[in-house]
Write a protein that binds this ligand. Structure first.
Ligand SMILES: C[S@@+](CC[C@H](N)C(=O)[O-])C[C@H]1O[C@@H](n2cnc3c(N)ncnc32)[C@H](O)[C@@H]1O
Length: 433
């Protein structure tokens, strides 16, 4: 397919997604099945166009002063890909399979309009109702922060230090352009272009042998800031598929006891295979059975309880560009309740002098600082470990990290704009000894 034909296909797909309210991933899959002539490169490029329009869904329409699929695509090409009118006109040439030429109104919008004066929710591409919530955390910077939260994310890997080291893994992934991430000592990053095909990391020998895992650098840092140590008893209370569990296991160097559980046994299912591939031998996965408490035998013995809390996931918008448009206020209310519950669940597990690490992949204050504040008010026996202490694990990078991230009296907030990671909040709370 020509680049112009890919644009036409993207417009057709965006129309389907909009008019038939089909999730983007489903629409892309069905389009691939119905257009077998399209090669994998074409499909990747078309998917890239569609996802990028969803990233710039509001701002592209504002720029073009029109909200058709075609207008949004043109607006996205300008805003996300910096394409000039001449390049665009060469593709929108009306030839067979190409979109029709740019109209006068479209050329004029491209020549004269900008996002200057656009409301923050439009410039930053997020639903209106979230504006007061983002204003609470970012103030006047919210459009810029949200724009970065909408931009394409790289593929981050964590090198599993139980089996490999970063130099070795970087050499073996040189063909994918893997480079060390800025902060995490175990992080590697692969930048993905707009038309990039999935680099098939799961088929790499290093992945199959457990030397690397896919994990955003923010998630790696959150695990690091827990300061899990060899020999400790560590409970991963919201282990899910085990992303944090694996990182904690590497920090513990195979020594001590790592207990992983989750209230939803289905979420836990992939953890067994992942632990085995990663060569983790000190983990005990507790799958809930009926109403019985899988941690009933643990009372005030844990050195560390990690709560990778259920949250709205606003910090991962750049990886799910259509999820934010589907987010509703009710979802936040439910998460706030879940978070308070899971924090309560941790209390009887922690030993005197032990700690709780509270983590979310959300940037909203309500889910972060306000949860911690309410928790310490309910439980004065817990006090916040000063964030500058938790970041000390970054050694020579701690100072630069402190300048980059947003520090509150409770914890750290990482954002795509500030730390180049997904949005993550981490607070560490210590129980009186
Ligand atoms: C952010 S996800 C965990 C991701 C996982 N730790 C990882 O790194 O791959 C949050 C998890 O919390 C679980 N959860 C929700 N409420 C819970 C509760 N009250 N107790 C334990 N787990 C809970 C959810 O089932 C979900 O798997």
């Amino acid at each position: 397919m020509t680049p112009a034909a890919r644009l036409s296909a993207a417009i057709e797909l965006l129309d389907t997604i909009e008019t038939q309210r089909v999730p983007a991933a489903k629409a892309l899959k069905e389009w691939g099945t119905a257009h077998r002539f399209a090669g994998s490169g074409d499909r990747a490029a078309i998917a890239g166009l569609v996802w990028d329009v969803l990233r710039r869904y509001a701002s592209s329409a504002y720029l073009m002063d029109a909200d058709s699929a075609r207008a949004r695509l043109i607006g996205m090409l300008r805003l996300e890909r910096g394409m000039d009118v001449a390049t665009m006109s060469a593709m929108f040439d009306g030839s067979r399979y190409a979109p029709s030429p740019l109209t006068e109104a479209e050329s004029s919008a491209l020549a004269t309009r900008s996002l200057k004066g656009a409301p923050a929710a439009v410039a930053g591409d997020y639903p209106d109702w979230l504006d007061p919530y983002l204003a609470k955390v970012f103030g006047e910077d919210r459009a810029a922060e949200a724009t970065a939260m909408a931009s394409r994310a790289p593929l981050d890997l964590r090198v599993n230090t139980l089996k490999s080291n970063r130099d070795k893994a970087q050499r073996s992934l040189a063909h994918l352009g893997a480079k060390p991430t800025p902060w995490s000592p175990a992080g590697l990053r692969i930048e993905l272009g707009a038309d990039a095909r999935n680099p098939g990391i799961q088929s790499e020998e290093d992945f199959i042998k457990g030397g690397i895992e896919v994990q955003d650098e923010g998630s790696q840092l959150a695990a690091l800031f827990t300061a899990a140590k060899p020999g400790e008893q560590v409970i991963d209370l919201c282990a899910g598929a085990g992303g944090k569990t694996l990182a904690l296991a590497a920090l513990m160097q195979g020594k001590g006891r790592l207990i992983a559980t989750d209230s939803d046994k289905r979420q836990l299912a992939p953890i067994h295979e992942r632990l085995s591939r990663a060569g983790v031998h000190n983990a005990d996965v507790r799958t809930p059975k009926g109403d019985a408490d899988p941690l009933a035998d643990i009372r005030s013995t844990a050195d560390l309880v990690v709560i990778d809390a259920p949250c709205t996931g606003t910090g991962t918008w750049r990886r799910n560009p259509d999820a934010k448009w589907r987010m509703r206020p009710g979802a936040l209310e439910i998460r706030l309740k879940d978070q308070a519950e899971v924090l309560e669940r941790a209390v009887p597990l922690v030993k005197p002098g032990g700690r709780i690490a509270y983590i979310t992949c959300s940037v909203l204050t309500d889910e972060n600082d306000e949860q911690v504040k309410a928790f310490t008010a309910r439980h004065p026996e817990f006090s916040v470990v000063p964030p500058e202490q938790t970041a000390g694990v970054l050694w020579d990078k701690a100072e630069a990290f402190a300048e980059a991230a947003l520090q509150s009296e409770h914890g750290w907030l990482m954002t795509p704009r500030r730390t180049g990671t997904d949005g993550f909040f981490v607070a560490v709370l210590r129980k009186a000894g």
